[in-house]
Write a protein that binds this ligand. Structure first.
Ligand code: GLY
Ligand code: MN
Ligand code: MN
Length: 459
């Protein structure tokens, strides 16, 4: 891995083509939890993890065109050793990273020696706000000249490189998806009327960890009944009822890489009529989008095709009225499919580089939460996650009801409030031939899901 990391860093340095100045990439520092003597779960900044190959709290990766790459890493003091342990040794960090490693105390001297040069700041900018956490006495006293414009440019160049995953990254992402699969299978198998969202979350995450996950990639989402219409609903004490759908959006993290998977299934042994109708629309849209994934395809075109599929499906059910193309043109579909089709996936759940430089996110209702706008290339990993939801916050908004008064069968929609939502999400590796679905072993057809539910409820 460290040879690979050296090649990665050299590639970035070539892209930067710096003739002068220096770059620092802080990992971030531990954030205390008030009143506990403990810290929030530490997430190293993905730019640091990508370039340093380690996730050391309080470390800073540094580069200049003459001296090359260097990691400044903290050495545990006696108090650290008493309370949180020794941490990784500098030699161990050097071994994993392949870069030269120096104790963090030398960072101040390294920065002082570059006082007159433009400094690029990537990674976690807490170095400026919280210099003492990195062993610096003060930021102002260093009299450094951070070049903000150059910092943005170099960060974009790192994001460009992070889009296509290398074989080592793909292997970690396969492991993350592999640890996610048993969690979702357990959810579909174990849900019972009377169980709470929290109880199901515990079962899902236990399977992730048993399968090797290092943590969850993001806060697990378990939304039952009406909570399925809250896009990021935290699992709570709501009790599953027989006619509910349960939406589970949860993923394991492995080697700092995320998986991000959603399944929706009934508490009963079968989907009800309207649940089945809407599930079929979402699944059809998702499968067609995955089948369209290949190099050169614009992600936004996939999103627009999904929007059209949803508008058309809802029109066929009598929920929307009019020509599906016109409905999408007016963003009427976005009342029910309000988010984007998906996003880049990698070291972050919403990974860097989703929008090509120069493309601005739209403020259109149907596009403002689209997080990917770029042509797909081999080795990109994206999520494909269409959904249909009955979201009170949108459907009870008088202004939206007025805007879409003729486009929506409001009587039918009002009768479906409380339905919740259906999202189906997979992690898709773009290959020369098309798509390789990393999460593809997790059941999603109606037949597979109903077979698991039937068997579960009969025992
Ligand atoms: N799990 C968050 C998302 O799907 O983007
Ligand atoms: Mn998700
Ligand atoms: Mn997602």
């Amino acid at each position: 891995m460290s040879a690979n990391l050296n090649a990665r860093r050299n590639g970035i340095a070539r892209a930067w083509d710096l003739r002068s100045g220096a770059v620092v990439v802080p990992a971030g520092v531990h954030v205390p939890v008030a009143g506990t003597d403990q810290y929030h779960d530490f997430h190293a900044h993905p730019e640091f993890t990508y370039l340093a190959g380690v996730q050391t709290p309080g470390a800073v990766l540094a580069f200049d065109p003459v001296d090359g790459w260097l990691v400044f890493a903290p050495v545990a003091n006696q108090e650290d050793r008493v309370w949180v342990g020794d941490g990784e040794s500098l030699d161990a960090i050097a071994g994993r990273s392949g870069a030269r490693v120096e104790p963090l105390q030398r960072l101040g001297g390294w920065l002082e020696a570059r006082r007159s040069e433009p400094l690029v700041l990537l990674g976690n900018h807490d170095l400026v706000a919280n210099p003492t956490a990195y062993g610096l006495q003060s930021w102002a006293a260093l009299e450094l000249d951070v070049d903000d414009q150059r910092s943005v440019l170099l960060s974009e160049q790192v994001a460009d490189k992070r889009r296509a995953k290398d074989p080592a990254e793909i292997s970690l992402m396969r492991s993350a998806a592999g640890a996610t699969a048993p969690g979702h299978r357990a959810a579909i198998r174990l849900a019972r009327p009377g169980m709470t969202e929290r109880q199901l979350q515990i079962e899902i995450e236990a399977e992730f960890f048993r399968a090797g996950a290092e943590r969850t990639a993001y806060g697990s989402i378990v939304g039952s009944g009406p909570n399925g219409a809250i896009l990021h609903s935290s699992p709570g004490q709501r009790v599953f009822a027989d006619g509910d759908l349960i939406l589970v959006d949860a993923g394991a993290e492995f080697g700092a890489y995320a998986s991000d998977v959603t399944r929706t299934f009934p508490v009963a042994a079968r989907f009800s009529g309207i649940q089945r109708d809407i599930y079929e629309i979402v699944l059809g849209v998702q499968e067609r989008a995955i089948a369209s994934v290949k190099p050169g395809v614009e992600y936004k075109d996939l999103h627009m095709a999904a929007a059209l599929g949803i508008a058309s499906g809802l029109r066929d059910l009598g929920i929307l009225r009019g020509d599906p193309g016109d409905l999408v043109e007016r963003d009427a579909h976005a009342l029910f499919f309000v988010h984007g089709l998906g996003h880049m996936l990698g070291l972050a759940t919403h990974d860097a580089g989703g929008c090509l430089a120069g493309r601005q996110p739209s403020d259109r209702f149907g596009l403002k939460w689209l997080r990917a706008d770029l042509p797909l290339e081999p080795d990109y990993v994206v999520t494909i996650e269409p959904g249909i939801y009955f979201i009170d916050a949108l459907l009870t908004d008088p202004a939206r009801r007025d805007t879409f008064r003729d486009a929506v069968n409001w009587g039918l929609v009002d009768s479906l409030r409380g339905f919740g939502g259906i999202r189906i999400e997979d992690d898709v590796l773009v290959t020369e031939a098309g798509a390789d679905v990393l999460s593809g072993t997790i059941p999603k057809s109606i037949d597979e899901i109903e077979a698991i539910r039937r068997e579960a409820l009969s025992t």
